[in-house]
Design a protein around this ligand. Structure first.
Ligand code: NAD
Ligand code: IPM
Ligand code: MN
Length: 359
């Protein structure tokens, strides 16, 4: 097949990990006889520095004209002035909105060989295999904002159609798995959460009788995620709760550098990005873990290009190199033998290159 992939590497470790993900995609193209046309575009701090805008019109146009977008990370101390009017993060938020990429899918499945990398007791991590479906284009991120000298506000708003569509995505995923769906909200305090809960109940009752729905308050969910993570299967939640809970969930996997994501719209290109940021503390050292970016590329193959077999090959290759002990420092631990970003990418490419297509 022929596909056009926009590559928005961004800032900090964004370019370092995206390079490896792109290499893996190229190996897939070579081996399976696909043509992937990559087009680089500016985003985030790099775009502010170049043209004064974290999401130039030309970048959004490139993305809209592509089949999928491979995204690295944005942000960093250089652009972090709390009084700045223009920020790298605005570029990512406008991109998500611009693509209507409302359904952010963040799978969390700890590798059995990494149970020691997590600070939790290993037995708590057995059988953990969950998916967080995060609403990505609404809520407090996109509500009206005000700022005076001595007061600031961020409005949190959700409409029924916004809730319905994310619940449907999550329910479909749950129906394909165990049938269990956990909706996380703060319905004991927030009006948006009460609307969220009522809408979720109606959608599941009317459209997904095979799905078992439970509601959990976000503060309790944060605790359960560490105390009994294996009890979760599919979690659906609003934008900000999903942001926080998935960084927390990365601890289960052993590192931020392991969690990929797909952000999907009803039509139009999907956006694929690791859940981590630009990691200023390690940027430029060439030691970032590229597996989250590579696994995001696997999600790109699966969801946007419908290349299931190729997606599986990439996922299994990452799984295997971890089993073989090809670990960056975040996974290996300080002072232990580890590999750099490039070597981790090499290892995945090597396995993908020797995987033959099933004819
Ligand atoms: P971060 O995710 O960048 O880093 C948190 C910690 O995890 C750091 O110690 C970092 O070294 C480590 N880490 C993250 N990714 C890693 C990887 N691939 N390999 C090894 N270690 C990794 O979060 P932060 O420090 O809170 O934010 C830094 C900047 O990134 C901020 O400007 C923030 O706005 C931005 N950010 C961007 C995105 C995105 O582009 N999608 C996501 C989160 C944060
Ligand atoms: C993420 C990030 C972003 C978010 C920031 C950088 C805007 O933390 O993708 O999880 O909050 O959604
Ligand atoms: Mn986040």
């Amino acid at each position: 097949m022929k596909a056009k992939i926009a590559v928005l590497a961004g800032d900090g470790i964004g370019p370092e990990v995206t390079t490896q993900a792109q290499r893996v995609l190229q190996v897939i193209a070579d081996n399976w006889d696909h043509t992937f046309e990559f087009e680089d575009a500016l985003v985030g701090g790099a775009a502010i520095d170049a043209v004064g805008d974290p999401l130039p019109d030309s970048t959004l146009k490139t993305c809209r004209e592509s089949d999928a977008v491979l995204f690295g990370a944005i942000g960093g101390p250089k652009w972090d002035d709390p009084n700045a009017k223009i920020r790298p993060e605005q570029g990512l938020l406008r991109l998500r909105r611009g693509l209507d990429a409302f359904a952010n899918i963040r799978p969390v499945k700890p590798h059995p060989d990494l149970l020691e990398a997590a600070p939790l007791k290993a037995d708590r991590l057995e059988n953990v295999d969950l998916v967080v479906v995060r609403e990505l284009t609404g809520g407090i991120y996109f509500g009206k904002k005000t700022r005076d000298a001595d007061r600031a506000t961020d409005e949190c708003a959700y409409s029924v159609p916004e809730i319905e569509r994310i619940v449907r995505v999550a329910a479909r995923i749950a129906a394909d798995r165990s049938g269990q769906l956990t909706s996380v909200d703060k319905a004991n305090v927030l009006e948006t959460s009460r609307l969220w809960r009522a809408t979720t109940e109606r959608v599941i009752r009317d459209e997904f009788p095979q799905v078992r729905l439970e509601h959990v308050l976000v503060d309790a969910a944060a605790m359960h995620l560490l105390q009994k993570p294996a009890a979760f299967d599919v979690i659906v939640t609003e934008n900000m709760f999903g942001d926080i809970l998935t960084d927390e969930a990365s601890v289960l996997a052993g590192s931020m550098g392991l969690l990929p994501s797909a952000s999907l719209s009803d039509d139009g290109p999907g956006l694929y990005e690791p859940i981590h940021g630009s990691a200023p503390d390690i940027a430029g050292l060439g030691i970032a873990n590229p597996y989250a970016a590579i696994l995001s590329a696997s999600m790109l193959l699966r969801h946007s290009l419908k290349l299931e077999e190729e997606a599986d090959v990439v996922e299994r290759a990452v799984w295997r190199v971890i089993h073989e002990g090809v670990l960056t420092t975040d996974l290996a631990g300080e002072g232990k033998r580890s590999v750099n970003t490039q070597a981790a990418g090499d290892a995945v490419c090597e396995i993908v290159a020797t995987s033959t297509p099933c004819m």
